[in-house]
Design a protein around this ligand. Structure first.
Ligand SMILES: Cc1ncc(COP(=O)(O)O)c(C=O)c1O
Length: 501
């Protein structure tokens, strides 16, 4: 039997070799300081590094070794990290990164992550201050988007998960919350949802995971600015009603992934109100334009949404990952996920107090302390500085637009709505396929140059170069390097083609 007197924290001294804590705390502390210093140095001198570099075969091969049975000195593991991991990261911390939609992070967020890891808090539930930190950020988010007090919010991995949660709440609100036990297969009503054909692929995926099927998501055509065509949307809803379907959801986008376009959110809010449909906004990166006074009016109508999904790891500059879902009716949100269990019993006092818990609002029970890095970011930098960085990203996009228009070898491929610019190298006398290949190759060569890293996408059936300005470190110098690099690579590819033809 355990002797309760002997087993107090005062008298119990674990043998340091039995726990996983360091035997030599002072040596560990010095090593930990070196690791912190190295990472701060990495960010401080990031401009001296390539944005990205190909991974040598021997480096890749070094990650094929079996799980170690015995540990080695932390200093050695750290040296391996410095040698084989750090130089081959994706590069989104670097100002030259402008591919896809990736945030740059900040040193503030980085050290906050370290504090969160030290606390090792589990934010699934229970009564502790880390949960209050998440609730405080939720209240801030509510204020940013003009949502009412009863609105609920939850940190998740990213907007893909936030969109899924919103689709599930909307589905359950439409079918009745007992659909959670009955299952969608038992449902005779055939739900349909609506969004533009510029939607991010995670929304059809959410419809699929929700058991409604991606075909039930009607992809409505866009206007010339890649915004949902409202007349076509209304027509599609009426046609579906006439055919016996049950429309339940409209997903508007605030910042489409291809071109950064913002749907007319106020008009969508009106339509959803009229048609009694759930109005969700996918604002993965664009929603935080609310923090920039010059851009915020473009999001008018978002305050009337039933739910909003967005990421703090994009324009919020928090380290990955930090997605967020905000739901106007917190009770509906809870009803869509609450799952009572004896071992998750709630109490009026003690550690099991504080219901409802975050696990009542999403699929995850174990949840890390994502809120802390966002709390630190907002407190240490403030919404004004974050908003200014967002405005600067859009100014850079306009600067790039101007440079493309002034460069005859380049062609602007979509209106510049926010922070994304799509363009092409005009390959002379090339077939559309050759022209696509040349532009694809330009992107790869620019990435391999280590100077700038754009990505590509397809617009109107053509491959285009795409620069998305999200990183707060990016400046005109990187935009100039992109323009000059694209022209130089395009010319060199063109000359190879001319010589070989
Ligand atoms: C408009 C839009 N929606 C959803 C997503 C998915 O977000 P996440 O990668 O955080 O899951 C993205 C990602 O870029 C996006 O641009």
């Amino acid at each position: 039997m355990i002797d309760p007197v002997q087993n107090t924290s005062k008298t119990f001294q674990a043998d340091a070799n039995e726990t996983l804590d360091p035997a030599d705390w002072s040596g560990f502390r010095q090593q930990a300081h070196r690791m912190l210093d190295d990472m701060l140095g990495y960010i401080e001198t990031i401009r001296e590094r390539p944005v990205w570099q190909p991974i040598p075969d021997e480096v890749r091969a070094s990650f094929r070794s079996p799980a170690p049975r015995q540990g080695e000195a932390l200093a050695q593991v750290h040296a391996e990290f410095m040698r084989n991991v750090l130089p081959y990261a994706q590069g989104n911390v670097h100002p030259g990164f402008m591919g896809w939609v990736n945030g740059g992070g900040t040193p503030v967020g980085m050290v906050a992550e370290m504090l969160a890891a030290g606390l090792n808090a589990n934010l699934g539930g229970r009564d502790h201050i880390p949960v209050e930190v998440e609730r405080q950020v939720t209240r801030w988010v509510r204020d940013i988007f003009g949502f009412p007090e009863g609105a609920s919010g939850l940190f998740v991995t990213g907007t893909s998960m936030a969109n899924l949660i919103a689709v599930l709440v909307a589905r359950d609100a439409a079918l009745g919350f007992d659909v959670r036990s009955r299952g969608v297969a038992a449902e005779s009503r055939r739900l349909t949802a609506y969004t533009s054909n510029a939607v991010h692929s995670c929304v059809p995926k959410a419809m699929d995971i929700a058991g409604l099927g991606s075909d039930a998501l009607r992809l409505i055509p866009c206007d010339s600015r890649y915004r949902i065509d409202l007349k076509a949307l209304e027509k599609a809803i009426q046609a579906d009603r006439a055919a016996g379907f049950t429309p339940f959801l409209v997903v508007g986008t605030a910042g489409t992934v291809n071109t950064g376009s913002i749907d007319d959110l106020a008009a969508l809010a009106d339509l959803c109100q009229r048609e009694k449909l759930w109005f969700h906004v996918d604002g993965a990166f664009g929603a935080l334009a609310k923090l920039a006074p010059d851009l915020a009016p473009r999001l008018n109508g978002i305050e009337r949404a039933d739910s909003v999904a967005f990421d703090f790891h994009k324009w919020g500059q928090a380290p990955y990952d930090a997605g967020f879902v905000l739901v106007r009716d917190g009770e509906k949100h809870r009803e869509a996920f609450v799952s009572p269990a004896a071992y998750l019993h709630r109490a009026a006092r003690g550690l099991a107090a504080g219901s409802p818990w975050p696990c009542d609002f999403g699929p995850d029970l174990s949840r890390g302390f994502r809120a802390l890095k966002v709390w630190f970011t907002l407190k240490a930098l403030g919404t004004e500085r974050l908003g200014a960085a967002i405005s600067r990203s859009c100014a850079l996009a306009r600067y790039l637009e101007g440079r493309i228009i002034a460069t005859p070898e380049l062609e602007l491929m979509a209106p510049v709505e926010l922070n994304i610019v799509c363009f092409r190298y005009r390959a002379q006398d090339a077939t559309p396929e050759d022209s696509d290949r040349i532009n694809e190759e330009i992107a790869v060569r620019l990435q391999e140059s280590g100077i700038v890293a754009p990505s590509t996408t397809r617009l109107e059936g053509r491959t285009v170069l795409r620069a998305a300005f999200v990183n707060h470190r990016t400046s005109r110098a990187e935009v100039d390097a992109l323009v000059e690099g694209a022209v130089e690579q395009g010319r060199s590819l063109q000359s190879v083609k001319t010589c070989s033809s």
